[in-house]
Ligand binder design. Structure first.
Ligand SMILES: CC(C)(COP(=O)(O)OP(=O)(O)OC[C@H]1O[C@@H](n2cnc3c(N)ncnc32)[C@H](O)[C@@H]1OP(=O)(O)O)[C@@H](O)C(=O)NCCC(=O)NCCS
Length: 299
């Protein structure tokens, strides 16, 4: 398919609302679009994801719905024809392909002033041309996989942990910085959510102090998060991907198995139980082949 001229479209990133934030009818429409977009992606790029089209096409809708809930935040890049462009207070406009990851990273389409309706409108009415999922904050015991060789943080209590996955852009819209912007938005979400966590902690500490206030003791900084750790897994054979993530600030951080990837992506329940029962299954599921990369964003 020929690439559409940039001048005719604006590209914006929107978060899919969680099931509890929307009506059943809207949720059903969004889940259907999410499933369709991912299946098209899987057919076009069988090597681009941990999961396979043949398995995914069989999943009931509740599995797709769960992927929008809990610790998962799904970001969608939509293309809007210029004449129909609806200004949105919540979207991250990325029609300027020269914007740097840093300029995008200061805007978080997820935690800035919420206008879920504008996001939902944009998602319902425009073409989805890219996606990324950011999962977190994740607990240390399940996040840290010692066998991968990933670095051990000095103090796990002082950071939040996130896993970035399902980064994809439609082939007709590639090479215009959209994957870079999706990753920047995902990173911005992790950083902003960590800042919000610190603010709510400071507030609760303030409120628990004596009402006299002015005589209060110095604020206890214990438990404050000083960093957001963002990890991803990718195929090391795709050297351009490794180079792309390095330019986004990620560093190599060990080797993972397909089983690790399913778990980190929130699909641990889809891993067969007998992955060690034959040479073929071990090769598919337990070979330490994928490249782990991570970026630590200091607060
Ligand atoms: C990988 C993918 C997401 C890139 O999407 P994109 O929208 O074209 O990426 P961008 O335009 O934002 O490019 C980001 C950078 O990567 C580079 N890049 C992207 N695809 C490239 C390729 N095939 N070869 C070489 N460089 C490439 C760009 O030149 C750009 O470089 P910069 O850092 O100097 O700006 C897209 O090709 C894709 O969806 N592939 C299939 C799924 C997949 O493999 N996902 C990754 C899972 S870990």
């Amino acid at each position: 398919m020929a690439s559409p001229p940039d001048s005719k479209y604006t590209y914006t990133i929107h978060r899919i609302p969680t099931p509890s934030e929307t009506t059943p009818a809207t949720l059903a429409a969004l889940v259907k679009k999410f499933k369709q977009t991912k299946l098209v992606a899987l057919e076009a790029e069988p090597d681009g994801f941990a999961v396979k089209y043949a398995d995914e096409v069989l999943h009931p809708l509740d599995i797709w719905t769960q992927r929008l809930a809990g610790l998962s935040t799904v970001l969608i890049c939509v293309a809007t024809p210029i004449e129909e462009a609806i200004p949105s207070s919540t979207s991250l406009s990325i029609s300027n392909s020269n914007s740097t990851p840093e300029s995008a990273a200061i805007q978080d389409p997820v935690t800035q002033d919420a206008d879920t309706d504008a996001d939902t409108e944009a998602l319902l009415h425009n073409e989805w041309i890219g996606m990324a999922t950011i999962r977190g904050p994740l607990p240390y015991p399940t996040y840290h996989l010692p066998e991968t060789g990933q670095p051990i943080p000095a103090d796990p209590d002082q950071e939040t942990r996130w896993h970035l996955c399902s980064v994809y852009t439609s082939s007709a819209y590639r090479n215009r910085g959209l994957a870079r912007q999706l990753c920047a938005a995902a990173i911005a979400h992790a950083v902003a959510a960590t800042q919000m966590l610190n603010q709510s902690q400071s507030l609760s500490q303030f409120q628990s102090q004596s009402p006299s206030g002015s005589q209060s003791e110095p604020k206890d900084e214990a438990g404050k998060k000083t960093a957001a750790r963002i990890r991803l897994f990718c195929n090391p054979e795709k050297t351009y991907l490794v180079a792309m993530y390095k330019r986004m600030g990620f560093k190599e951080a060990g080797r993972c198995t397909l089983k690790d990837a399913f778990g980190a992506n929130g699909d641990g329940g889809l891993v067969p139980r007998d992955t060690g029962s034959s040479e073929a299954l071990r090769y598919r599921w337990e070979r330490r082949y994928g490249l782990a990369m991570e970026r630590v964003c200091e607060m």
